[in-house]
Write a protein that binds this ligand. Structure first.
Ligand code: FAD
Length: 375
């Protein structure tokens, strides 16, 4: 039962944001900046964001050579270039806003390992460099001639370097966003699961984790930032979940002969050094059907594949143990770019961040805030 004070002060807002990942918090912050007098509430079902934003690998990346080439099968040239530009601008924007130190950003470059059957990608490297020149002013991709110094297995025929990528700590990025929401006077309630949104009236129905009851929030506008979990609240959307697995080794007792963020298999597999350990993740493409899930469990087939890659390809002949593993859930759809649109008289959504929310979450939140503010 609610008190008079609770009913009077806690349920009416100018904006209610559902979901407190990178996109939800970025939306709230940008909206509040544009509308300083507005009351803004963020509702999050987890104790902290429980989707992808604090479960990811922390690559500040915009696409490896083979990933970009692969994109041409689904997107026009213009769309591919636009997406790369958006991702790169997104990375630059968060580095400018929060600073490299706060994000633990390391500009350690991106690398892609090519096996024999992928080396034909090199033939198109200079064309892709030409295509991206207007954005970067320099060549993005270059061929690493002395691949031996990385110590990978002989199955790796060649390595392509991307001079514009880096890596960061997603937990630190989240801390920065939390700090800014607090400073901006935005209220965040956690342990609140939204079960229904009336998108024309701005009514948001939610349940609390304690199972104490069902609550009705009222908003002039509602922002749906639930990414992989969007179907529940916006049934017509064609958002599909995609699970991602990450393995982390124990501290390694040998020196890692490389640094940077590495990709394999058209970007599906990725790895980096983290606090003297190996962080290795991805390989969703090994069992796409099973990975189309919002369940956070670990797929043993994918885990085994990643472990094999680690011992056979990344550190051949070296011994080490795994310390921990976790999964996160991404969102995909019929296009690779994010979906930002009105979904009712009083609601709009920004979802379908794919595997690139570190890079573009902040920017996507800004775009959603502009859409909401224009009403
Ligand atoms: C394993 C993995 C590795 C990745 N690696 C990278 C990377 O290296 N670089 C990169 O750029 N991107 C990476 N990504 C993708 C990136 O993490 C996502 O694109 C980004 O975090 C999406 O942010 P979001 O705010 O849209 O979604 P989320 O972070 O998923 O936030 C959505 C939030 O909504 C909440 N929610 C859902 N339903 C409800 C409800 N009904 N009521 C209340 N709250 C609700 C969820 O709990 C969640 O906190 C990776 C993702 C995964 C899973």
């Amino acid at each position: 039962m609610l008190s008079y004070w609770e009913t009077k002060h806690f349920f009416d807002y100018d904006l209610v944001v559902v979901g407190s990942g990178f996109v939800g918090l970025s939306t709230a912050i940008h909206f509040k900046k544009k509308n300083p007098k507005a009351s803004v509430l963020v509702l999050e079902r987890g104790i902290f964001p429980t989707g992808a934003s604090t479960k990811n690998a922390g690559f500040a990346c915009f696409g490896s050579l083979t990933e970009i080439l692969d994109d041409f099968w689904q997107m026009t040239q213009e769309e591919v270039v636009k997406l790369v530009e958006r991702r790169y601008q997104g990375i630059t924007a968060i580095r400018d806003k929060f600073g490299d130190k706060a994000l633990a950003y390391r500009h350690s470059y991106g690398y892609e390992l090519l096996e024999k059957e992928q080396t034909s990608a090199l033939d198109q490297m200079s064309d892709i460099n030409k295509l991206l020149k207007p954005i970067f002013k320099k060549d993005v991709f270059s061929h690493v001639k002395k691949k031996e110094r990385f110590g990978f297995s002989d199955s790796i025929q060649t390595i392509v370097k991307n001079g514009f990528e880096g890596e960061l700590d997603p937990g630190k990025y989240m801390n920065e966003l939390w700090g800014l929401t607090q400073k901006s006077g935005i209220r965040i309630l956690t342990g609140v699961s939204v079960v229904e949104i009336n998108k024309d009236d701005g009514i948001v129905i939610a349940e609390d984790a304690a199972g104490e009851g069902v609550y009705e929030f009222k908003a002039n506008q509602v922002a749906i930032c639930t990414n992989a979990f969007t179907q529940k609240l916006w049934k017509e959307s064609e958002i599909e979940p995609g699970r991602g697995l990450i393995l982390l080794s124990e501290p390694l007792n040998f020196k890692i002969p490389w640094k940077g963020s590495f990709h394999l298999d058209k970007g599906y597999v990725y790895f980096r050094e983290l606090d003297g350990r190996l962080l290795l993740g991805g390989a969703r493409n090994m069992d796409k059907g099973e990975e189309n899930s919002t369940n956070f469990s670990v797929n043993p087939k994918i885990k085994a594949h990643l472990q094999q890659l680690a011992t056979n390809v990344i550190f051949p002949g070296k011994e080490f143990n795994w310390e921990t593993e976790w999964t996160g859930i991404m969102a995909f759809g019929n296009k690779k770019s994010p979906l930002i649109q009105k979904v009712g008289k009083k609601a709009a959504a920004a979802v379908r961040l794919g595997g690139m929310g570190v890079a573009i979450g902040w920017q996507v939140g800004k775009e959603l805030a502009s859409l909401l503010s224009s009403d």
